[in-house]
Write a protein that binds this ligand. Sequence first.
Ligand SMILES: [Mn+2]
Length: 341
Amino acid sequence: MSSPLQCTVPPIPPNPTFILSNPSGDLDSTISSYSLSSLIPNSVPVLNYRSTDVKLKPDSLKALELHPIDKHPLYVDDFFRYCEVESEFNIILVDHNSLSFTSPHSPSLYSKMSSRVIKIIDHHSPSNSHSHADIYLEGVASCCTLIYRKDMENVYKILVAITILVDSNFLSPTSGKTTEKDISVITSIIEDLGPQYQEIIYRHAKEVNDAKFSTEFWKGLTKKEASRIDYKEMKVEGVVVGVASVLVELESYKGGEEEEVEVDCLIIGSCVINGEEVVRELEVVEGKNKEVSEKVREWLDSGGGLLQTRRKEGDDLIWRQENAKGSRKVLMPELEKIFKD
Ligand SMILES: [Mn+2]
């Protein structure tokens, strides 16, 4: 099925307004960008990642497969090319409030783009960037809540509602995210579309949410692709260790092609839920600095601090965690300790 996420360069109107999503390119950011673009003449949604990374966005793909729209986005590298050459354009940031990219660009291009930021709509803490822009920040569960307008086309209303439900954990009062405003937007959309949409929207939101956890999705990626989905870096004393989280057994990546690691060492942590049991395992992939990987392996052999690790039986490269609550939040500071000493 062809999806608007998979298109190449769309026709760009003269003096365009680019609606730029954040570099994580998550569902909220993507739907915010598309929806706002549907309301602003001569605007183009910009997805802040490479077109080849589309396959790493299963939730956005699922949402747009369920509710296709007639809008073609610009991907980050084509956006850079346009901004380098042209000068008549404006930028609106959605779902972030400080211009940022993971794709390389020159400092002069950055200042050119920065000077064109005219408006910001976001729900994160303010960064005090772009003080010349018209800034609208509010701490709701989803940026889509702030984008919603009663005069949107129905398909955008549905996509907005799905995103708000996913971001607020289905308006859960205990998620710590849901606000009155998120609830009132959902209520207004359902009132507007008719009560039969309540069930459809909730069911589709669940499908979209589940797409991220689908084993089929994770198993279709190479180890390197999987490592980029949920990735953080620990930098201490000049050492850089990448820590990636995946939601499928590490075993499923065995036998893939050797892929180069850009940091000193890469740790891939998997979290798999088998019925009631949470299984966490770690793999250390050698990067630019062999000594760093060695140090991490030795540390894991000696029990891995709070993680309580031991080598997996019959496997030389994988460690099993006894502490199933030892998420990346626990791992990162523990890891810092071994490189600080
Ligand atoms: Mn968001």
